[in-house]
Design a protein around this ligand. Structure first.
Ligand code: LLP
Length: 446
């Protein structure tokens, strides 16, 4: 019997005809995000960790329709900037479901969030430096604070996204208890937080477990301080509501890579953090896991160039649409949905010309690193073919840019099968909006 909520949706699982229709109707490059799959991913997380607070890391996909689906599914929102808080509010998350993680926060972001907290006092701000706490209290903030800890242990799919251990994030572990106690004298300290990194794969679970164990230990230390020579000079306990062990749950990008065994990870997490003091909950904040396999990027082949060593397949999406391959050497599966010149057989070169050499799928940007995939065995690529780049729902559109003066792509959301354009394709005119507006918007300073 087929599992109606399998742990991963592969690029091969998408309905090719549907994707072709969408590309024909909306042009390419086109992101397609399936809200039903987003909901399934939420359900799987909630089922694996029914006793935990699950917070969606908004940065992975900030689209309004996605945020609303996640809000309805019952997850909270973890926001990394004023802009993300603004989006989460607009999508209907109320303060009690908003967690703002301040990483070297710009003054403008702090001003904004402190303002939001006046209307939404249940919002929580996570601080990764005592200095950040000072900057909050200077602005009159005396609300809910979570202390971000640098657990000294990290994990992730690439060093650029391995957070734990990186000095930028969190208060060093051995100073965290005293920092949290000091903070508790000034604000309402409700939680402690750590994040190992992004894209934790099955073989990195030991690091995850170690981080979680350290956080459990810190929670116990804060609840029942062990230092101080006598009962009298032992520090006051800090009443935490939660221990947030971060996000980072990996998804398989290679077609045959195993999926994370979420129930097993959940068990390992609960076990490693235990025993939590009474009244303290476990919290997690996955981003990628919620949205990655719910998205594909559709792109059209515009040039096929055989060379002695490889065939370069030029497509209309590049690093400006999907940065991950260029930035992290990340692998995304690419499936040829066909439909190009080979389809009618007219002037297609013989497949044998190309199938012998590996394929590089390259974008239209003037950078050598502008590839979506290298060394691929892509079945018979022809001009006009439609390619589906899989597992593109997380950190895809979000990291898109207008470099090379390229308008950002459109995005379609599928909701119970119905397609809606949720992000229109940018036009050439959009590229110069901020320049044309500059004088009028008061951005000029004498
Ligand atoms: N919590 C915090 C504090 C984070 O910094 C992040 C991600 C998450 C949660 C969610 O991590 P996730 O579950 O999505 O792995 N652009 C990179 C990923 C950067 C992640 C940054 N922080 C990529 O495309 O791989």
């Amino acid at each position: 019997e087929p599992d109606d909520n399998p742990p991963v949706r592969r690029v091969s699982d998408w309905d090719a005809d549907r994707l072709t229709d969408l590309a024909d109707g909306h042009e390419t490059p086109l992101y397609v995000q399936d809200l039903d799959r987003v909901r399934e991913n939420c359900e799987r997380l909630l089922a694996a960790l029914p006793d935990a607070d699950v917070r969606y890391a908004v940065k992975a996909h900030t689209g309004r329709a996605v945020l609303e689906a996640i809000r309805d599914a019952g997850l909270d929102a973890e926001c990394a900037s004023a802009g993300e808080v603004d989006r989460a509010l607009a999508a209907g998350f109320d303060g009690s479901r908003l967690h703002y993680t301040a990483v070297n926060p710009p003054a403008r972001d702090l001003d904004y969030v402190v303002g939001v907290a006046e209307a939404e006092p249940d919002l929580t701000v996570t601080v990764g430096a005592v200095d950040t706490l000072d900057r909050l209290t200077e602005r009159g903030y005396d609300g809910r604070v979570c202390v971000r800890v640098n657990p000294g242990v990290g994990a992730g799919h690439h060093e650029k996204v391995t957070t734990g251990g990186a000095a930028k994030f969190g208060i060093p572990y051995d100073r965290a208890a005293s920092a949290a106690r000091d903070a508790a004298e000034r604000v309402d300290v409700v939680g402690i937080h750590a994040h190992a990194g992004s894209g934790i794969d099955p073989d990195q679970l030991d690091s995850h477990r170690e981080l979680v164990a350290r956080m459990g230990e810190l929670a116990r230390e804060l609840a029942a301080p062990s230092d101080g020579a006598s009962e009298d000079d032992a520090p006051a306990p800090v009443d935490l509501e939660y221990v947030d062990v971060g996000g980072g749950f990996g998804v398989p990008y290679e077609e045959d890579a195993p999926a994370l065994d979420l129930p097993a990870v959940a068990d390992a997490t609960r076990e490693a953090v235990a025993p939590l003091p009474d009244g303290v909950d476990l919290a997690i904040e996955p981003g990628r896991y919620v949205v990655a396999d719910a998205g594909v990027l559709l792109t059209r082949v515009n040039t096929v160039k055989p060379t002695p060593d490889e065939t370069v397949v030029g497509v209309d999406a590049g690093m400006t649409d999907l940065l991950r391959p260029a930035m992290y050497d990340a692998y995304h599966p690419i499936r040829n949905l066909g439909g190009g010149r080979g389809a009618d057989g007219s002037d297609a070169p013989a497949p044998g010309d190309r199938s012998a050499t590996p394929v590089t799928v390259a974008g239209p940007i003037c950078e050598t690193g502008d590839t979506l995939g290298r060394n691929r065995a892509l079945a018979d690529p022809n001009r006009g073919d439609l390619l589906a780049v899989g597992v593109a729902g997380a950190y895809g559109y979000e990291m898109a840019s207008q470099y090379n003066s390229r308008p950002r792509p459109a995005e379609v959301a599928l909701d119970d099968g119905t397609a809606t354009v949720v992000r229109r394709r940018e036009s050439l005119s959009d590229l110069t909006t901020v320049e044309r507006d500059a004088g009028r918007r008061g951005e000029e300073r004498p």
